[in-house]
Write a protein that binds this ligand. Structure first.
Ligand code: GUN
Length: 299
């Protein structure tokens, strides 16, 4: 068996066509959607990610407001900027690029963001919403994975879904979203003993561990759907995921490659959440149909 490829680039491209139409509709209603991006310090990877987010905004007709602060910026300065952006009607989404320098309390910064502008879905309100299946903004990477899974036509309900990685940004929200779709979910992490014993039962295997070559064919069930969320830069500068793509594609039924799978979708879902925010503000409450979620505005 050779797996079919889950094409994140193609899905992102088709979603963005619809986004441009939604931007036009918003503009006609007098609203120019806008995203504020805050970068603290000069982490090279973060700079690239922020650059991609700003480019995606331009691609879809969303205004972007890029705020770069020095690595030694005080936490109070970041909080003051967030308060200004919370009050700015031109800003529908606020994103603080992580990681932050160690002298800044990440939770305090994220909790300062107005939940109605928390397009990353990291605020405790949105995280809590995931637990009960009602979040305004699902976090972008798992949200993108969910749409990629939909392209395979598989019904997630009743499937064994195994998530490798338990980060707040990917693994934990991913597990909650799969549970909401009635999968039987296992979460593996750095302390998991005998990882293969868990991955081998996966009908759906989502890997977000940040370890190149972690998942080899012997760990994968024949016919599994494999989504690789890892982004690792090798010494030769090439980018690879966490899955041995060439080996695993001979066993899987579907596989999302790196690059070309999840990466482009993460940025695309950020635009989706920003548009959703602008539409909610207009009272339209329209999104791309996130099944199982009731978009709600916080009073
Ligand atoms: N750092 C790595 N991934 C992300 C993300 O999705 N959002 C933010 N804000 N920072 C990140």
């Amino acid at each position: 068996m050779t797996a079919q490829i889950i094409d994140g680039k193609a899905l992102a491209k088709s979603l963005r066509v619809k986004f441009r139409e939604r931007v036009e509709a918003l503009r006609t209603a007098g609203v120019q959607p806008g995203l504020a991006v805050i970068l603290v310090g000069d982490n090279p990877a973060s700079k690239v990610y922020v650059g991609n987010k700003v480019k995606a905004c331009a691609d879809c007709g969303v205004a972007s407001f890029h705020h770069s602060l020095a690595a030694d910026a005080a936490e109070a300065e970041v909080l003051a900027l967030i308060r200004r952006l919370n009050a700015d009607a031109a800003v529908h989404g606020i994103l603080v690029q992580l990681p932050l320098p160690p002298h800044i309390d990440v939770r305090r910064v994220i909790e300062a963001i107005d939940v109605n502008k928390d397009v990353d879905g990291f605020h405790l309100y949105n995280v809590g919403g995931l637990v009960v299946g009602n979040s305004i903004f699902p976090p972008c990477t798992p949200y993108g994975v969910e749409l990629l899974l939909e392209t395979t036509g598989i019904d997630v309900a009743g499937k064994n879904a195994v998530v490798v990685g338990a980060s707040n940004i990917v693994g934990k929200p991913m597990a909650l979203m799969l549970l909401q779709k009635e999968a039987t979910v296992t979460v593996c992490h750095a302390k998991t003993r005998d990882l293969a014993q868990h991955t081998i039962i996966a009908d759906i295997l989502i890997v977000a561990a940040g370890k190149p070559g972690l998942i080899v064919p012997q760990m994968v069930r024949h016919g599994a759907i494999v989504i690789d969320v890892g982004i690792n830069r090798l010494p030769d500068n090439s980018i690879v995921g966490d899955v041995d793509f060439e080996g695993v594609k001979m066993k899987a039924s579907w596989i999302a490659p790196v690059p070309g799978g999840v990466g482009r979708m993460t940025v695309t879902m950020l635009i989706e959440n920003t548009l959703r925010s602008a539409e909610l503000r207009l009272g339209k409450g329209h999104g791309i149909g996130h099944e199982g979620w009731d978009a709600a505005v916080i009073p």
